[in-house]
Design a protein around this ligand. Structure first.
Ligand code: HEM
Length: 178
């Protein structure tokens, strides 16, 4: 995972638990905490940080990863505001993630590890996103979608009837925009 993701996780932990909280998490995982935005670091290091955060905050991983996804969206959007600026509504924006946004990420960063999304348009304010990634970060994807909804001033409900974590080859995210 790119350093930018670690940088944003660090910001969230410092906001929530202070610098002392972040340093204590780094101590527990044995990480040096130096992450350059465009460099790649091991996914295992990110997952180890997340598990220590769960212990420190006494929260389940699903909750922490979901909250992080929302925050990650806000911060990625602050760094790259052109994507939301060019999509007038949430549904159009979500349809642009796979080819337009992550397509640009492929040009901006060297060898990023990105998921793939396929889409089904289910009519007004409804869409299905089929998520595929060897990292199985579907809960992060849900958080990112909620973060995007917040940006557009919308609420969403997300059903997740098919999941990589239950042995499927993709996750199905049924998004309803309210
Ligand atoms: C609702 C909107 C979005 C969704 C659902 C989404 C989904 C994801 C997910 C789930 C990952 C984790 C990697 C994986 O699952 O394999 C990821 C990685 C990433 N995404 Fe997105 N994304 C969204 C918007 C954005 C935006 C606006 C940007 C801005 C440039 C962005 C840039 C990135 C970057 C830099 C990574 C990390 C790549 C790496 O570490 O190698 N994404 N995205």
């Amino acid at each position: 995972m790119k350093g930018v993701v670690f940088n944003i996780l660090e910001e969230l932990v410092i906001e929530t638990a202070g610098i002392a909280g972040w340093n204590s998490i780094l101590e527990k995982t044995g990480s040096d905490g130096i992450y350059t935005s465009g460099e790649s670091y091991s996914d295992d290091e990110l997952f180890a940080l997340v598990s220590e955060i769960c212990i420190a905050l006494d929260m389940p991983a699903e909750k922490v990863v979901g909250i992080f996804g929302e925050y990650l969206f806000e911060q990625l959007n602050a760094r790259h505001p052109t994507f939301t600026a060019s999509a007038t509504d949430l549904k159009t924006f979500l349809f642009s993630v796979d080819t337009v946004i992550h397509g640009e990420v492929l040009k901006l960063y060297t060898n990023p590890n990105l998921p793939r999304f396929e889409y089904q348009d289910r009519g007004d304010n409804q869409l299905t996103m089929l998520y595929r990634s060897p990292r199985k970060l579907c809960i992060l994807a849900e958080g990112l979608v909620r973060g995007a909804a917040k940006h557009y001033g919308k609420e969403v409900s997300i059903d997740h009837p098919v999941c990589l974590h239950n042995g499927a080859d993709h996750c199905q995210l049924d998004v309803s925009i309210k």
